[in-house]
Design a binder for this molecule. Structure first.
Ligand SMILES: Nc1ncnc2c1ncn2[C@@H]1O[C@H](COP(=O)(O)OP(=O)(O)O)[C@@H](O)[C@H]1O
Ligand SMILES: [Mg+2]
Length: 313
């Protein structure tokens, strides 16, 4: 079942197109990593989904509600944690969440109950009476997450939730998001690709305002794997081997990466997608009787997919 469908979302600032015809969908229960270089349009897209920024064209549907036709209902299903969580330094954690709960229209005994729930979920119990100004960045992010969770929304939209945190804090927030994802649909933007590999089951890549990919990490890297780069280390006639490899049709380019101690040449063989040149490389080297100590087919990571899709050249 679909939780989010974005249809042809378009946003311009003056003459600058920040988001161009963004169409994607997210199913209930998915944890989506929203990836893109700085300025790609992640925050703008998220703001359109949350109703904070009207699109110039296109629309989106959240949990069955169109963001333009039924903005209040759509927004009620969303917990949003903006890029820079606007916390009030002079408030205590509990006061802040109380204030936010009331702003969201939560009333009566639900207020206490909801705050208790989000404080518990986000591990804020030891800090509930602390002034926000005294909290570490990690705890401030937790307060932002707790805020997003108020009202028990189906969908969490988290804009760079681990930005500016140290590795320990990142790990803690990641675990927290993983826990929250057990009963929420989550979209999070981040620069940390390993984080996405660890927790997301879907990746949407945006670059220069355009959606470049929307798929599972496994499918994205599998397609890359087909692009198959092969590394080879051998001893012998470098020019001859380079020429013979390059005359093998699927090979696009052979790059000499260097010569290692002992005279071992290291080559990177770049070939057509869907090919594996290991066997041919081995056969060529053996036909000359050259010593080989390494033939390796690269298994791409999400980072390779990201670089490939957002490269400027
Ligand atoms: N209010 C605005 N006015 C003008 N340009 C903006 C505004 N908000 C964002 N932009 C531009 O739109 C592009 C996308 O921004 P943003 O969505 O914040 O990117 P990201 O979150 O991926 O880093 C950037 O080039 C940014 O400078
Ligand atoms: Mg941003």
């Amino acid at each position: 079942m679909s939780m989010v469908t974005a249809e042809h979302l378009h946003k311009v600032f003056g003459r600058f197109v920040a988001v161009w015809d963004a169409t994607f969908s997210i199913d209930k229960g998915e944890i989506v990593g929203f990836l893109g270089p700085n300025g790609a349009g992640k925050t703008t897209t998220m703001k359109m989904l949350t109703g904070f920024m009207p699109p110039n064209a296109g629309t989106a549907n959240i949990a069955g509600y169109d963001i333009l036709d039924h903005p209040l209902e759509a927004r009620r299903h969303i917990g949003y944690m903006p890029e820079n969580v606007p916390l009030y330094d002079e408030m205590r954690v509990y006061e802040y969440l109380d204030y936010r709960a009331r702003l969201k229209g939560i009333t009566g005994s639900s207020v206490r109950q909801q705050i208790g729930y989000v404080i518990d979920q986000c591990g804020l119990e030891p800090k509930r009476s602390n002034l926000i100004s005294t909290l570490s960045k990690g705890y401030r992010q937790r307060v932002g997450l707790a805020d997003a969770l108020l009202g028990d929304p189906d969908l969490l939209i988290l804009d760079e939730p681990t930005n500016g945190l140290d590795p320990n804090q990142i790990r803690q927030i990641r675990e927290l998001i993983r826990t929250l994802a057990e009963n929420h649909t989550v979209i999070l933007s981040t620069h940390i690709l390993s984080e996405v590999e660890m927790i997301c089951n879907k990746v949407i890549i945006i670059d220069q305002g355009k959606i470049k990919a929307s798929d599972s990490p496994e499918n994205l890297t599998r397609n890359m794997r087909a692009a198959g780069r092969v590394s080879v280390e051998f001893k012998g006639d470098l020019d001859l081997i380079t020429k013979e490899l390059e005359s093998y049709a699927p090979v696009k380019k052979v790059i000499h990466e260097g010569t290692l101690p002992g005279g071992w040449h290291r080559l990177l063989v770049r070939a057509e997608p869907g090919t594996d040149t290991r066997e041919k490389a081995a056969a060529i080297l053996m036909s000359h009787g050259f010593p080989v100590r390494h033939i390796y087919r690269h298994i791409p990571k999400l980072e390779d997919v990201f670089v490939e899709m957002t490269r400027r050249d």
